[in-house]
Design a protein around this ligand. Structure first.
Ligand code: FAD
Length: 633
């Protein structure tokens, strides 16, 4: 029998970013004993890095805003592939979640008359992002943590133990989920510091583990983003959707090499920054796609007027959705009109007074000064696309965040559907809160429905999980021994070069062959030393997840023979209305994954009515259009 520490909870939340913390708060408030497990330090989740803000149609800066407009923008941004019910819930509930955050102690920047200030962002029709300078994620996490502490103080007053109903297990990595029959029964983990094993017995598990960016070489993501939750869900029998859609943020740093990929927030463009090529041209005017022509200015004078008179002018094309801007930058670089270090110029210095830049974008000012010795109040930045966000994730039931496996829930970046083929900036922080709360409530309801018939964990499953965890220490393999860092580097290069921002069928096939070889080599990975803080061992475990998730991305990217949002196929450059009706679903099969297509649920009639017929014509098949009740041109 494996020697380990055991804990029993009603709900175990894996991940302590915005989604995980909001889920945990909800489950605890509904009276359930809840654990939060996170592999990084408590407070150091990815959410902390969020800069620009949280999207919510509060209408504080432009009273024309409403949930309907936010819903429309989100569907447009996702090129109508979104799970419309998620987009509806998100648009309706985001304002309440922002207000609620202030009751937890957050303090957003204010308008002159004292309301929560909202800024412009790509793809959002009105100023919609509530923000705290360019450090919004930090304030979000700080206030969620503050709420957790206040709940723990209430518990202490009642039970004498701060952690009696809500406890955080930090620097603890979950490697496997356990099941009793088809139901989730708990999670197996190890402490990063000591390497000792921990078992969480729980009838409900909420995955809130974030994204997958560490499978790509150039990324804005930090070390935790190894697709653990995606892989855990697959191995437990749940399905993933939309994995071909990976967002490349248009503006990551390109220089110096040590910081390549670090994010340059979209707020720079939202607050007036413009993109120029080596010839000094504001090239985005050359890249306005047909579907957006009526919403974006086609000349500099109108684009500049929009900042002061948005009701009578169209938006600057620098604020097109991220997929469009990233592809445009990629094309400029490919055409040789690049900046000295292989990007393009992003200039705010000629657009705003220096003190205003420092006030609105303090982190960007600091980041460029410290890392690149560039003063953004005096000179332009050099930027280029960076792997930023995965739209794909665990297929969930929108209202409850339940996956197809009883007892398994998912929220935040690890869940799929909400953002369709491309996420709008600011829509992640609101997604975390809306669906974090719903996942906590869904898990609580599920646990209550079980009564005292709780699933149990078998000792043999625990022994199996422990054996798989220590496998990288065994030297008995027949092949050549491999180093986890080398395999990881090659995986990142493969995904960057062959399944990156612009994809071609032949190259994706090459990637799949390379991934098979890397999978084989990963089986021969051997790590030295012992289990006490051993980063090589940690990476060896994470590598399995990254390989599995990369296979999902590549297989789905090969199957989808169209270009849409975060999936661009150079050999299939058009958006195909028939493909909009299809979702690609990944499931575990053998030691890999299978990908199959399934029909998208048709958009509900009252939501369809929010769009002009002329807009639907750009996305829907002629058969679907023929069935619409009213047709105007
Ligand atoms: P995270 O906040 O990443 O939390 C994941 C948690 O899971 C962590 O606690 C991690 O330790 C834990 N974890 C992972 N694997 C395991 C495991 N195996 N065992 C235990 N724990 C595990 N979005 C916006 O809406 N607005 C913005 O302005 C914005 N700016 C951004 C800026 C940057 C630089 C980046 C990188 C992203 C930005 N985003 C923004 C996106 C947004 O921050 C993320 O999508 C979001 O924070 C994800 O939150 P989450 O709760 O799903 O995951």
């Amino acid at each position: 029998m494996t020697e380990l520490e055991r804990h029993a909870y009603d709900v175990v939340v894996i991940g302590a970013g915005g989604a995980g913390l909001r889920a945990a708060i909800e489950a605890r408030q509904q009276g359930l004993r809840t654990a939060v497990v996170c592999k990084s330090l408590f407070g150091k989740a990815h959410t902390v890095m969020a800069e620009g803000g949280i999207a919510a149609a509060m209408g504080n800066v432009n009273s024309h805003d409403s949930w309907q407009v936010h819903f429309r923008d989100t569907m447009r941004g996702g090129k109508f592939l979104n799970n419309w019910r998620m987009a509806e819930l998100h648009a309706k509930e985001a304002p309440d979640r922002v207000w609620e955050l202030e009751t937890y102690g957050a303090l957003f920047d204010r308008t002159a008359d004292g309301r929560i200030s909202q800024r412009n962002f790509g793809g959002h029709e009105y100023p919609r992002l509530a923000h705290v300078g360019d450090r919004t994620g930090l304030e979000l996490i700080r206030s969620l943590q503050q709420k957790i502490v206040s709940l723990q103080q209430e518990d202490h007053a009642e039970t004498g133990d701060h952690e009696s109903r809500l406890k955080v297990f930090a620097e603890c990595t979950v490697t496997e989920l356990l099941r009793d029959g088809d139901k989730v029964s708990g999670a197996f983990a190890y402490w990063r510091e000591t390497g000792r094993f921990v078992l969480f017995e729980a009838p409900a598990v909420v995955l809130a583990t974030g994204g997958i960016g560490k499978s790509f070489k150039v990324t804005s993501n930090s070390w935790e983003y190894t697709g653990d939750g995606h892989a855990l869900a697959l191995r437990t029998g749940a399905s993933l959707i939309n994995m071909e859609f990976v967002q490349f943020h248009p503006t990551g740093m390109v220089w110096p090499p040590s910081v390549k990929g670090i994010l340059v927030t979209e707020s720079v463009r939202g607050d007036g920054g413009v993109l120029r090529n080596s010839e000094g041209r504001r090239f985005m005017f050359d890249y306005i796609p047909e579907v957006f022509k009526d919403k974006y200015a086609d000349n500099e004078a109108e684009a500049d007027r929009w900042y002061t008179d948005p009701d009578n002018n169209r938006r600057p094309p620098e604020l097109l959705p991220r997929d469009e801007v990233a592809r445009a930058i990629n094309s400029e670089v490919k055409a040789g009109r690049n900046s000295p270090h292989g990007g393009v110029f992003l200039d705010v210095s000629s657009r705003l007074p220096a003190e205003e830049i420092v006030r609105r974008l303090p982190s960007m000012h600091h980041q460029f000064k410290e890392l690149a010795d560039v003063d953004i109040t005096k000179e332009p930045m050099e930027v280029g696309p960076t792997c930023h966000y995965v739209m794909g994730g665990v297929e969930v039931e929108p209202d409850t965040a339940a996956s197809s496996v009883p007892g398994l829930f998912a929220c935040g970046e690890v869940a799929g559907g909400m953002h369709g083929s491309n996420r709008l900036g600011g829509n992640s922080l609101s997604d975390l809160l809306v669906f974090g709360r719903r996942a906590g409530a869904g898990a609580a309801e599920y646990v209550r429905s079980l009564g005292d018939k709780r699933p149990v964990i078998s000792e043999s499953d625990v022994d199996g999980a422990a054996a798989r965890a220590v496998d990288p220490f065994a030297e008995g393999g027949t092949g050549q021994q491999e180093n986890p860092y080398t395999v990881h580097t090659q995986l990142q290069q493969t995904m960057n070069d062959l399944v990156g921002i612009i994809r071609r069928g032949g190259e994706v096939e090459q990637a799949l062959t390379a991934l098979e070889e890397l999978k084989q080599r990963a089986r021969n990975v051997v790590v030295e030393g012992h289990r006490q803080f051993n980063p090589g061992w940690h990476l060896a475990i994470d590598l399995r997840n990254m390989l599995l998730v990369s296979e999902c991305v590549a297989k789905a990217a090969l199957l989808r023979t169209e270009s849409r949002g975060g999936h661009t196929r150079e050999d299939h450059p058009r958006m195909d209305p028939d493909w909009r009706r299809q979702l690609l679903v990944c499931r575990a099969e053998g030691d890999g994954v299978s990908v199959t297509a399934k029909d998208q649920i048709p958009l509900r009639e009252d939501l369809m009515a929010l769009f002009e017929y002329s807009e639907l014509q750009k996305y829907f098949t002629t058969g679907e259009l023929a069935e619409l009740p009213a047709k105007e041109s």
